[in-house]
Design a protein around this ligand. Structure first.
Ligand SMILES: O=C(CO)COP(=O)(O)O
Length: 256
């Protein structure tokens, strides 16, 4: 049985005050919620503060981050290493987000290297994949997702996906309010799982595949009712404690 994972990607949002208010609010709102892993990825600047607040509250919220470099030290100005993330308690690290693929020209191969380096350092990659609106309209969704996944599978073997998380995020659904329907998302999730199953049914059966793109408390339960949707990667709604907690609760209820 796959354990659901709901993760908040805070993107470039936050201040000391906001981080502290949101973490306190979330921890309180999640009190008593069982059967779902809840993770947050604040901007890296606030990991220290987040770690302190979570540990003071004895919270079960998992700490994550939004990016990582390919080195653990050296002359790489502006970059952050897995070792540093680990030192601040971050375990679930988002890579390959479409915003980084687009604004920082991150290729499938580069993202795959990050995947390998996270695993080498004992961290959990949250690998984002997904198609653009044009690719969607051209019927290329599954091919695009397969290509993005193959960058990992063909270099590291399908077993590299063990313990990792895949986040299917159609680019046209991110921050637009135009979410994929639960049926469409299920169809793509099933296709992604089938693609992995071509190499290993066991890995396909166990890998967590999240949906991301305009997930809100209002539509969350419909996604989690689908057999191949194992959680969510949430942007905007993760910035409001009650909304994010409601999404996590919906996952806990649907999957247990
Ligand atoms: O990009 C996302 C999460 O990584 C989704 O963002 P929204 O939930 O704001 O659409």
């Amino acid at each position: 049985m796959r354990h659901p994972v709901v993760m908040g990607n805070w993107k470039l949002n936050g201040s000391k005050e906001m981080v502290s208010g949101l973490i306190k609010g979330l921890d309180a709102a999640l009190n008593g919620v069982e059967g779902v892993d809840v993770a947050i990825a604040p901007p890296v600047m606030y990991l220290d503060l987040a770690e302190q607040l979570l540990s003071k509250a004895n919270s079960k919220i998992i700490l994550g981050s939004q990016n990582v470099d390919l080195h653990n030290n050296g002359a790489f100005t502006g970059d952050i290493s897995p070792a540093m993330l680990k030192e601040f308690g971050a375990s679930h690290i988002i890579i390959g987000h479409s915003e980084r693929r687009e604004y920082h020209n991150e290729s499938d191969e580069f993202v795959a290297q990050k995947f390998a380096f996270l695993k080498e350092n004992g961290l959990t990659p949250v690998l984002c994949i997904g198609e653009s609106e044009a690719q969607n309209e051209a019927g290329e969704t599954v091919a695009v997702c397969a290509r993005q996944l193959d960058a990992v599978i063909n270099t590291q073997g399908v077993e590299a996906l063990n313990g990792a998380i895949i986040a299917y995020e159609p680019i046209w659904a991110i921050g637009t309010g135009k979410a994929a329907t639960a049926d469409d998302a299920q169809r793509i999730h099933a296709a992604i799982r089938a693609h992995i199953a071509e190499k290993s049914e066991e890995v396909a059966k166990n890998v967590v595949i999240q949906y991301g793109g305009s997930v809100k408390p209002e539509n969350a339960a419909a996604y989690f009712a689908q057999p191949d949707i194992d959680g969510a990667l949430v942007g905007g709604a993760a910035l409001v404690a009650e909304s994010f907690a409601a999404i996590a609760k919906a996952a806990a209820e649907a999957k247990n």
